[in-house]
Design a protein around this ligand. Structure first.
Ligand code: GRF
Length: 215
């Protein structure tokens, strides 16, 4: 019955700040049924120029900009963002290249229902100040031989919630931060983010004592 099927669909809000390649990977995975039982209800960006918003519009998904610049305080922005997300009655919030810290009011409203993609193997190269190219620059400077990406649940810390999936990527002698970033996105981020969403949409992910269990 349509009604029954409708009930099982995981409704997702995707938060973005930039190019939106992770958003695109999610949308493509839904179109190719790599992700089943899920739909993106809304894409929200803090950045009005984010190409990710254009990607949403092309795919006829609601695209909304909610920027801190348009609010008197960060608290007012946080409330407006949470109100917008709740107005779509989503089941999961996905941070896909979203650069703002998620406030406690939102973590409390969506316990273990916010996920983030971090372009490194947490607990390495993460936390305050580790975002974008800076991560890959630090990785190369450290001399490690592998890096990768992590999908994790978001808690009140920075990149500290329970880890859902990770995928390793080899580092090559002549890598630059830009080349490495592209390889981590292509070989890790764009694979494990859709995979994690599909597992959640199909009831395969549980959290017990702060650890993720996959069935
Ligand atoms: C990606 O490396 C992502 O891991 C990081 O931001 C970069 C751009 O993401 N959080 P996207 O192309 O906007 O999805």
């Amino acid at each position: 019955m349509m009604g029954q099927q409708e009930e099982n669909i995981l409704k997702i809000a995707v938060l973005v700040s930039g190019n939106g390649t992770n958003l695109q990977a999610i949308l493509d995975a839904i179109d190719h049924e790599i992700i089943t039982n899920a739909e993106v209800s809304v894409v929200i960006s803090n950045n009005p120029r984010a190409y990710a918003l254009k990607r949403a519009m092309i795919r006829e998904v609601d695209a909304v900009c909610i920027s801190p610049k348009n609010f008197k305080s960060r608290a007012a922005f946080n409330e407006a963002l949470l109100d917008k997300i709740q107005s779509y009655a989503v089941d999961l919030v996905v941070l896909a290249g979203y650069l703002l810290v998620i406030p406690k009011i939102m973590v409390d409203a969506y316990p273990n229902r916010i996920i983030n993609i971090h372009p490194a193997l947490i607990p390495a190269f993460c936390g305050t100040g580790y975002y974008g190219l800076k991560i890959h620059k630090s990785v190369l400077e450290s001399g490690v031989k592998i890096t990768g990406a992590t999908v994790h649940f978001v808690d009140v810390g920075i990149d500290t919630g329970p880890i859902i999936l990770q995928k390793a990527v080899e580092i090559r002698e002549d890598d630059t931060p830009e080349v490495l970033q592209q390889r981590v996105m292509k070989e890790a981020e764009w694979i494990i983010m859709p995979k994690a969403i599909n597992m959640i949409a199909n009831g395969r992910v549980t959290v017990k004592d702060g650890r993720v269990h996959i069935s």
